[in-house]
Design a binder for this molecule. Structure first.
Ligand code: GLN
Length: 451
């Protein structure tokens, strides 16, 4: 109880949780005791996890950190959370995030920003962002409030916050984890994954979360490998590609340094380092910021004040007035920006110039990766182009914010598994991360190299 109270206080000061659900976690703990007695322990028996508030949890408020869903209690459980609970885990609470998972700093949440437990060693006490969109998830693990949490990653939302907070997170191959019951952002990109202190914990969680689900039409009909049992730090003979297009001009020197450090680590472990090229890399970010808002604008059409969430109906107004008032009141500024970009690029006059073009470039980016696997088994890159920044530092500059995702989105567009692992601290004492990208379905080698 003492540890729990301490964790609650700590959680409150970071604003990591939108809702605490201690009874759920305690019930799982009691069940774990019973299972131990009957010799029936499960992989996650009694483990208190945090669940990103993008996962529908039956009878428990699910908001996507948006005003439009405040108070919404789903009548069903997302497949991923249901599987974690079936594996014995309990839920500490629903974790804060960027509104509808749109953001890189957790500042677009309608429930207030999350504060990272990290501080700059020299820079006074400026509050630092944990990253986003899985900012509450990252902060909860980094502050040791939860040993593991769920995240979702559309264009970096597991990997970037993991890098910013010195923890580990993996986005599996698109289709490994069911999207059923996860509030949709950009359906062709959205993937759930675990965030935890280390690779092994991620492997254990990912095994429980993955697997075919008939309720998601893009779910892969494949058995879940025994990732944890097959974990091995032996990467001798593996070819690690270093994509030269990721050496972007203008990014801080410390990012290049941590990358070189990672190259040395893998070489010392017996891997072969090869220089490779992914020629379309520089088009990935603009492509992502067309495709993701386009899909979002379509997915978010369902929040109309009728089917889901909250309604604002002006007296004597028409149906259109109700839609307008509901959506204006319920969606935050970043969400409205994405809807406007999305509807613009999908509109009849601009569809070919933007959306169609972006789809073609996406195919080229995916092809870059297909070719690169002839030359290497895995790719090593930095996770982010900088360490975590202070709250407010980029909130008025969407482009600067979007640049955070520059190393994360290529793997998202290609649907590839990618892990973010901590790689030390910068000169200000803030964490930096490295990313390992693998072939489709090759989570095992991604995890092994991360180990
Ligand atoms: N930061 C990116 C965005 O704002 C990625 C978000 C995500 O992966 N959910 O779209």
């Amino acid at each position: 109880a003492e540890a729990y109270n301490e964790a609650v206080t700590s959680a409150k000061s970071l604003n990591a949780f939108i809702l605490e659900t201690p009874d759920h976690a305690l019930a799982a703990a009691a069940q774990a005791d019973a299972d131990r007695v009957s010799g029936d322990l499960k992989p996650l028996s009694g483990v208190p996890l945090g669940i990103k508030d993008l996962f529908a949890t039956k009878g428990v408020q699910t908001t996507a950190a948006s005003g439009i869903l405040k108070g919404f209690e789903p009548v069903y459980e997302s497949t991923v959370s249901a599987r974690l609970f079936a594996a014995g885990a309990g839920m500490l609470g629903k974790l804060n995030l960027d509104q509808f998972a749109m953001g890189s700093s957790n500042e677009t949440s309608a429930f207030g920003n999350v504060i990272s437990p990290w501080r700059r060693s020299d820079g006074g006490n400026a509050a630092i962002t944990p990253g986003g969109s899985s900012g509450g998830s990252a902060a909860a693990v980094a502050a040791r409030i939860a040993p593991g949490v769920t995240g979702t990653d559309t264009g970096g939302s597991i990997r970037q916050p993991a890098a910013f907070t010195g923890i580990t997170g993996i986005k599996p191959t698109y289709g490994r984890c069911s999207r059923w019951g996860i509030v949709a952002f950009a359906s062709s990109l959205d993937q759930a994954g675990p965030m935890a202190r280390d690779v092994r914990d991620c492997a254990i969680m990912l095994e429980a979360m993955s697997g075919f689900d008939a309720k998601d039409s893009t779910s892969l009909q494949l058995d879940v490998p025994k990732w944890e049992a097959s974990l091995s730090s032996d990467i001798r003979g593996k070819k690690i590609g270093i994509p030269r297009e990721y050496r972007i001009e203008g990014i801080p020197e410390e990012i290049g340094k941590v990358w070189d450090q990672g190259i040395d680590w893998l070489r010392d472990a017996g891997a072969e380092i090869v220089d490779v090229s992914l020629p379309h890399t520089r088009h990935a970010l603009p492509t992502y910021y067309i495709i993701a808002p386009a899909e979002a604008s379509s997915n978010l059409a369902r929040y109309d004040g009728v089917r889901y969430g909250n309604r604002v109906a002006p007296d004597g107004g028409s149906l259109a007035d109700m839609y307008e008032a509901t959506r204006a009141a319920g969606f935050g500024a970043e969400v409205r920006r994405r809807i406007m970009i999305g509807t613009y690029v999908l509109s009849a006059g601009f569809y070919d110039a933007y959306f169609n073009r972006a789809q073609k470039v996406r195919a080229l980016i995916a092809r870059d990766f297909e070719h690169v696997w002839n030359d290497c088994d895995l790719l090593l890159t930095p996770t982010t182009p900088s360490a975590a920044f202070a709250l407010g530092e980029k909130s008025d500059d969407p482009i600067a914010m979007y640049l955070n995702d520059v190393f994360a989105v290529p793997a998202s567009l290609a649907g590839l598994p990618a892990i973010a692992v901590p790689a030390g601290l910068n000169s200000e004492g803030l964490p930096l991360g490295l990313q390992i990208i693998g072939r489709p379905l090759d989570e095992q080698n991604v995890l092994n190299a991360g180990l």
